[in-house]
Design a protein around this ligand. Structure first.
Ligand code: X2X
Length: 334
C-alpha cells in the first residue's frame, strides 16, 4: 500500500477511535501451479491474482510460480510444501494432491464421470464438500474449484479402441498409485514421472503414450513428441482446487479471507467456462496438425469400464465408501 493511503487509513482509524488494522498491510503470497499461463490452469491462477490485486487496491499480491518450480518440478510434493510453509497458496490438481489426500482419488476412479454435468454435480454438492473437508483437515484451506479437464489418451503406436490395444504400451502417468492400477488393469506398462520429464520421455521414445486434457496436449504440442494418435475416452476429469496454507490463512483478517475466497471462486468459474468453451477449437487444431483422433463407441467404452472394475474394489475403501456413494448419487441425479 502507498504510504499516503496507509496514513489516511490510520488517521481514519484513529479518528474513529479504532486500533490500526495490521492485516491491512501490503502482503505478497506465493501461488504454485504446475502449468503456466499458456494453459487454462495457469490462466486460472493469473485471473485469481488479477482479481485480488484489483479488489484489494493493490494491497495483496499473489505471485504465481508455474512449473511446480517451488518444489523443483516435483508436483506431488506441492501439497506438503504448502503444509510446511514453503508455499503460501496453490491452484493444484486433485491428482497431484491425492498422495496426501486419499479422498482426492475420487476423481481418478476410471470412467466415474461421464460428462461436465457429472463433474459439477460432484464438486458443487455433498461429495465436493467431503473432499474439501478432507483437505482442510490436513492443513490446507480449500477455497474454490477450477478445472484441468477430461483426460484423453495419446500414443505413438497406433489407434487404441480396446483394452487389448494397450497391451505392453509404455504410458507416462502422474505420480499417483491409482493410475498405475488403472493402466496395469488395462495391460499397459505405466511409468510414473513428473510433467517436467514427460515431454522429453515422449520425444525420445522412452515412453509411447500419455494421458492429459486436450488443452495440455495442444499447448504442449504433444504431436511433436510422437503423439500421433489420440483416443477420446474421457476416462477421468481432473478438477483443480484453489487452496491456502492454514498458517497463512489464519493470519488474514476476515475481510481479506473473504476477498481471496470470492476472487478464487470467480477465477475458477471463469476458467472452467473458458476451458470448456475452447475444447472444440482445441480439438480442431489438434486434428489439423495431422493427429488421428478416435472416439469410442458405447461398446468399446464398456469394455474399458469392465476391464477397470478392480480399481474400484481396491480404491473405494481408501477413498471412503460414503464419499464414493455421494458422488455416484450426485451423478445419477444430475
Ligand atoms: O502432470 C500432468 O499430467 C498434469 C500437468 O496434468 C498434472 O499436473 C496433473
Amino acid at each position: 500500500m502507498h504510504i499516503k493511503k496507509w496514513m489516511a487509513l490510520s488517521a481514519a482509524c484513529l479518528s474513529l477511535g479504532a486500533a490500526p488494522v495490521f492485516a491491512q498491510e501490503t502482503r505478497e503470497f506465493s501461488v504454485s501451479t504446475v502449468l503456466s499461463e499458456a494453459f487454462p490452469w495457469g490462466q486460472a491462477a493469473s485471473k485469481w491474482a488479477e482479481l485480488v490485486k484489483e479488489r484489494s487496491d493493490g494491497r495483496i499480491t499473489l505471485k504465481v510460480y508455474p512449473n511446480a518450480q517451488l518444489v523443483s518440478g516435483d508436483q506431488t510434493r506441492e501439497f506438503s510444501a504448502m503444509r510446511s510453509g514453503l508455499i503460501d497458496m496453490a491452484v493444484g490438481s486433485t491428482i497431484n494432491w491425492s498422495t496426501q489426500v486419499p479422498e482426492a482419488n475420487l476423481f481418478s476412479l476410471p470412467f466415474l464421470m461421464p460428462d461436465n454435468a457429472a463433474v459439477d454435480a460432484i464438486t458443487q454438492g455433498k461429495a465436493g464438500q467431503i473432499v474439501f473437508d478432507a483437505i482442510e483437515k490436513r492443513g490446507i484451506v480449500p477455497l474454490a474449484w477450477g478445472e484441468n479437464g477430461f483426460r484423453e489418451l495419446s500414443n505413438s503406436r497406433g489407434i487404441l479402441t480396446q483394452p487389448a490395444d494397450l497391451k505392453g504400451l509404455k504410458v507416462r502417468v502422474v505420480g499417483s498409485p491409482l493410475f498405475l492400477d488403472t493402466f496395469n488393469a488395462l495391460g499397459a506398462n505405466p511409468t510414473q514421472m513428473s510433467w517436467t520429464d514427460a515431454l522429453p520421455a515422449l520425444t525420445t521414445g522412452a515412453v509411447d503414450g500419455q494421458e492429459n486434457p486436450l488443452s495440455v496436449f495442444d499447448v504442449a504440442r504433444a504431436d511433436r513428441a510422437n503423439q500421433k494418435y489420440l483416443t477420446l475416452w474421457h476416462y477421468m476429469n481432473d478438477p483443480l482446487i484453489f487452496g491456502a496454507s492454514k498458517r497463512v490463512w489464519s493470519k488474514l483478517s476476515t475481510a481479506d479471507q473473504q476477498l481471496l475466497k470470492q476472487a478464487a471462486y470467480d477465477a475458477g468459474q471463469w476458467e472452467i467456462a473458458k476451458s470448456r468453451a475452447e475444447l472444440d477449437a482445441t480439438l480442431k487444431s489438434i486434428r489439423d496438425r495431422g493427429v488421428e483422433v478416435t472416439a469410442l463407441t458405447p461398446e468399446q467404452h464398456q469394455a474399458f469400464v469392465t476391464a477397470t472394475q478392480g480399481v474400484y474394489k481396491k480404491w473405494i475403501p481408501k477413498i471412503g465408501e460414503d464419499l464414493v456413494e455421494a458422488a455416484q448419487a450426485a451423478i445419477t441425479n444430475r
